[in-house]
Design a protein around this ligand. Structure first.
Ligand SMILES: *Cc1c(COP(=O)(O)O)cnc(C)c1O
Length: 371
């Protein structure tokens, strides 16, 4: 069996440290926020090259609070991609603002910066680029468009811990950035977790209040806030795991290089990486018109795959009311129909990859012969 991800293998590799971190919280009873969360926030901010990090209960809340801190709400528009996990769009919706889509670049699967300006209206307040699969968007282009039009940039970095654009870490490039510590993400908690990072002290102050009932100090609620705090145990676990993140990221990048080399000459599509990007391979993606048959055949050989994501957001029943039509974002729709994610995690071995590549290359060859 070659799993899509293996969270157990990673836990076993650091078990004594994790178990001690959990025991420490049981002993000091700082179950919500507390010293471990504060220490993690400082360490993760430094890792991202950002001045501030605010731990929250998941990545969706990290996005939601970033949007609220920028005063985005009813009547506003936020530009984003229709090819993302639904949370990017849901967070915009929660604020009362309208998500406005811009199609992707079919080579990278990322929002196409060349199409952003045409979507800007007098109501546009922000751009929310998604560093999908762990590859940074073209942040030079996006920041310059935002500057020209006076827009806030909120990075959805939920899949992109440690990713870089032109040597700068995501999380410290836009006005704010949201990270998820969902267990399967590159930096994963053992439960729910997320964080917003920023270089702006005022955004940081507001998010610290909003995540904890809008309180400036206990029972002094100056904003209408939420209960979106990061748990002490997750902070303690994330502190341990953050020490290994670079090592794990390099292991993902090495596995991606091996896939690229093993697939070379086979005709199987491999990820296109922009020269300015440090890709951190949350997902290693290929594509095929015969996706269901491939998934079934691979599964029969014990190889698990994933789809990220099978339906573009504008075609989901939940977001029909945005009024977009079929065919409006053709690159996103085609990617949703063809994209296939192969096993990718730091502990993936070369011999497992050989099996994956042999099976996928075989399916590709059979499809070509049939065509
Ligand atoms: C995981 C993810 C989120 C949401 O994070 P949660 O921690 O699950 O709330 C948002 N955007 C993207 C692109 C994600 O992959």
């Amino acid at each position: 069996m070659i799993p899509f991800v293996d969270l157990k293998a990673q836990y076993l590799s650091i078990k004594p440290e994790i178990d001690a971190a959990i025991q420490h919280i049981l002993d000091n009873t700082q179950f919500i926020l507390g010293a471990e969360v504060a220490a993690f926030e400082n360490e993760f901010a430094a890792y991202c090259g950002a001045d501030h990090c605010m731990g929250v209960n998941n990545g969706t809340s990290a996005l939601h609070l970033a949007l609220l801190a920028a005063d985005i709400g009813a009547g506003d528009e936020v530009i984003t991609t229709p090819f993302t996990f639904v949370a990017s769009v849901a967070a915009i919706w929660y604020t009362g603002a309208k998500p406005v889509f811009v199609d992707i670049d079919p080579a990278t699967y990322l929002i196409d910066p060349a199409k952003i300006e045409a979507a800007i209206t007098p109501r546009t307040k922000a751009i929310l680029p998604v560093h999908l699969y762990g590859q940074a968007c073209d942040m030079d282009a996006i920041m310059s468009i935002a500057k020209k039009h006076g827009l806030v940039v909120i990075e959805d970095a939920c899949q992109a811990h440690g990713a870089e654009w032109n040597g700068k870490r995501v999380g410290g490039i836009g006005d704010m950035a949201a990270f998820s510590f969902y267990p399967g993400k590159n930096l994963g908690a053992y439960g729910e977790g997320g964080a917003t990072t920023t270089n702006d002290a005022e955004y940081a102050r507001k998010i610290r209040m909003l995540r904890d009932w809008g309180a400036e100090k206990k029972y002094m609620h100056v904003l209408k806030g939420y209960n979106m705090r990061l748990e002490g145990m997750q902070g303690a676990i994330l502190r341990v795991k953050l020490k290994y993140l670079e090592q794990w990221t390099e292991a993902r990048r090495a596995a991606a290089r091996r896939y690229d080399e093993m697939f070379a000459g086979s005709g199987v599509p491999t990820p296109f990486v922009q020269p300015q990007a440090r890709h951190v391979y949350h997902i290693y993606s290929t594509r095929t018109r015969g996706r269901q048959a491939w998934q079934d055949a691979l599964s029969a050989k014990g190889i698990q795959t994933g789809i990220h994501y099978p339906i573009a957001i504008h075609r989901l029943p939940a977001y029909e009311d945005l009024g977009y039509k079929v065919g409006e974002f053709p690159h996103a729709e085609k990617a949703a129909a063809e994209q296939l994610s192969l096993p990718m995690y730091p502990e993936l071995t070369a011999s497992m990859q050989e099996q994956v590549v042999a099976a996928v290359a075989d399916l590709h060859k059979t499809a070509e012969l049939a065509a």
